[in-house]
Design a protein around this ligand. Structure first.
Ligand code: FES
Length: 107
């Protein structure tokens, strides 16, 4: 299991134990974490799973690319260099200790 933390816009922190191979979006939903809507179910067609990853984690997992990068233009809150679609980030050991901030709005 991999442990990382979701941070809500109000600062509420929820640390979860995640299963490698699942996506961060699936992990949020399975743990009842609010704010990750994921309307398209993970097919990279909605941008309602937008999340901001801490700088150290982005350095490890890499910035968005290709279709994911383009889809982030449709996110409801401004993208940054820390933005990823959480359905496209697979849980692995590199997420240990990560801090993932959920945007104010997804729609
Ligand atoms: S769940 Fe729709 S793009 Fe991630």
């Amino acid at each position: 299991m991999v442990q990382f933390t979701f941070i809500q816009p109000d600062g509420t922190r929820n640390t979860v134990y995640a299963t490698p191979g699942m996506s961060v979006m699936e992990t949020a939903q399975h743990n009842g974490i609010g704010g990750i809507i994921a309307e398209c179910g993970g097919s990279m067609a909605c941008a309602t799973c937008h999340a901001y990853f801490d700088a150290d984690t982005i350095a490890k997992i890499g910035a968005s690319e290709g279709n994911e990068h383009e889809m982030l233009d449709f996110a409801a809150t401004p993208r940054s260099e820390h933005s990823r679609l959480s359905c496209q980030v697979e849980v692995s050991e590199v997420l240990e200790g990560a801090e993932i901030t959920i945007p104010d709005s997804q729609v």
